[in-house]
Design a protein around this ligand. Structure first.
Ligand code: TIU
Length: 223
């Protein structure tokens, strides 16, 4: 067994097949102009920086035949899975379900809802469609992890303090050992990203670990 150099201390790599790469919501809706992130008033360009890093992690997992999980934040066309508490958050701009330049905002199957081409899932990789921020909420993720014996999650994606942090907290409460890749996650608010990283591993790793992608990749290559 080897370990990844991480904060607040090393993260031990489990036996082969038990550690999944989780890529959260790397969709056009969050990374490109005209999507959901843009409609909420954010500078979506900020999220582009992590694409090559996640791609490198993805290629590492693929080369080692390890489990890969992609998530997509999306809703049904009739919005029956989008409660008013989510639909009515923003008072300005396009809302979920409205027609934007890449199709209906945050609706499954629309062009803007797809994962960006650079990180497109391959056959055999798990894709979780999630209506909430957390990837365990109203999805089959927990059942899939249990069925496959996955115990460790290396987490990437957007945005750090919203869907990424919520998912990591949900996972930790369910008993999964989680490591967030610091340069594999991004926020529209750099200060929120930094605060999230610090709060996840404070108090002796209260929610889990964080590490740099190069530390993850080098440990995987050795192991
Ligand atoms: N708005 C924002 O920061 N995030 C989301 O709405 N969803 C995700 O984080 N994926």
């Amino acid at each position: 067994m080897t370990a990844i150099s991480a904060q607040p201390y090393d993260y031990e790599i489990p036996e082969h097949g038990k550690m999944a790469l989780v890529i959260i919501d790397m969709q056009r809706d969050f990374l490109e102009p005209g999507g959901f992130g843009d409609a909420l008033g954010n500078n979506v360009q900020l999220l582009q920086a992590i694409v090559p890093t996640i791609k490198e992690l993805l290629e590492t997992w693929r080369s080692l035949s390890l489990p890969i999980i992609h998530t997509i934040e999306c809703h049904k066309p009739d919005l029956s899975d989008c409660p008013p508490s989510k639909l009515n958050r923003s008072k300005e701009g396009l809302k979920i379900g409205d027609i934007g330049p890449m199709g209906r905002i945050l609706i499954y199957g629309e062009a803007g809802n797809n994962i960006i081409p650079e990180l497109e899932p391959k056959e055999g990789e798990i894709v979780i469609l999630k209506p909430g921020k957390g990837a365990f909420t109203r999805t089959d993720l927990e059942a899939i992890l249990q069925e496959r014996g996955i115990t460790h999650l290396v987490i990437t994606g957007v945005t750090t303090e919203v869907c990424v942090q919520t998912t990591m907290r949900e996972a930790n409460d369910r008993g999964y050992e989680c490591l967030l890749v610091e340069d594999g996650t991004e926020s529209y608010f750099p200060e929120f990203k930094q605060a999230t990283i610090a709060m996840l591993w404070a108090q002796g790793g209260i929610i889990g670990w964080t590490s740099a992608a190069k530390s993850v990749i080098s440990a995987m290559s050795v192991g």
